[in-house]
Design a binder for this molecule. Sequence first.
Ligand SMILES: [Fe+2]
Length: 217
Amino acid sequence: MTTVEGSLLTEDDMEIMRILHNAFRRDAARLVTVAERFGTVDAETHDAVLLGWHGFSSGLHHHHTIEDDHIWPHLRDKLADRPDDLAVLDDMESEHSLIDPALAAIEAAFDDPETGRDEVAERIDGLLTLLAGHLAHEEKDAFPLMKGWLTTREWAVINRTAMKELSFSEIAELGPYILDSAPPPDVRRVLAEFPAPLRLVHRFWWNPRYQRARRWE
Ligand SMILES: [Fe+2]
């Protein structure tokens, strides 16, 4: 459908969201290893875990903030007379509201040298259960609402607004974070979204710097 607001999002537009979700799944798998080894690693490895963790937790928190502040409200206006669809958005918000405290609980555990391995493992397990359920639920029920109701023009405005809420250093980390260990087609798809000058900045500055830092392991 084409309107004055542009055409509706396509499956290809949703690819970026899918790739971002997969970046969170990648780090969820890394957190399983952290849960197994917590308390048995040397100080440098612990620092690497914290660096990886902060990239993941801030990326996830920011992603949820964009959805809660910009994407769901935009959809709510359009879906005002569709109670079943509104219920999906209610679910998305309530799932987010459970994930944020689970992130904070792990952060607190990492900060407290007295926390035992079992406690850390339990908190990580709690987060990963919530996260896996939420990502799958969003992809199944909320992605079709985005694709079915948002236009490319609205999507561009949402993305621009979201980028403005990031600091320069957060923007510099975001591309390398999403593309860390991503398959080549996903890398090409995400970089295609970057303006040409930023692709160069990513290639020669942001990504090498991101890769140099020791994360997770
Ligand atoms: Fe999402």
